[in-house]
Ligand binder design. Structure first.
Ligand SMILES: [Mg+2]
Length: 169
């Protein structure tokens, strides 16, 4: 089994994820963490490149749904604008919200991916649910708690990077 704290894929930014790569990996459903993955905590305004990216993924035939641990309504306007689903209070790393999303779209875990900026919630949650885990860099670490948490994630990020370079050899 894949080590649960290690992301399967690491990509700097959400909008760098390419539909053709997802399709090649058999992904039909892409779940998105919201805070610091889709939008930073400091803004509610989606950029045009972000909206274009979502629409490109959907045009390629991949379902997109936000799966957020937050109970706040912040993700609602974005999901409406982008025409995608939303699951709030997902309780990642527990499987509840991830399973609910898989059920909603009728997709088995091995045909789904979850993108997020946090190892201990997003990557762990995806791996435990048998979903392809993709780690992106947090959009903006605006306070000391987020910065501290990011430091605690570094060992796993380094191991995942090392694994990737070894696999390429
Ligand atoms: Mg996040």
């Amino acid at each position: 089994m894949h080590f649960p704290f290690l992301p399967k894929t690491m990509i700097p930014r959400l909008i760098d994820i390419r539909a053709e790569d997802l399709i090649e990996q058999g992904v039909r459903l892409l779940m998105l963490d919201f805070d610091n993955t889709v939008l930073p905590y400091t803004s509610n305004e989606p950029t045009k490149p972000l909206l274009d990216w979502v629409s490109g993924i959907r045009t390629a035939g991949i379902e997109v749904c936000v799966v957020s641990n937050s109970k706040k309504p912040r993700a609602i306007p974005f999901c409406e604008l982008a025409g995608i689903g939303l699951i709030r209070a997902a309780k990642k790393p527990f499987s509840k919200g991830i399973r609910a999303c898989l059920d909603r779209y009728g997709v088995p875990p091995e045909q789904a991916a979850l993108v997020g900026d946090q190892i201990y919630t997003d990557v762990l949650g995806a791996n435990l649910a048998g979903v392809h885990s993709i780690l992106v860099k947090p959009l903006h670490l605006h306070n000391i708690w987020l910065k501290g948490r990011h430091v605690l994630e570094q060992p796993f990020i380094l191991i995942a990077k090392h694994k990737k370079t070894t696999q390429r050899r």
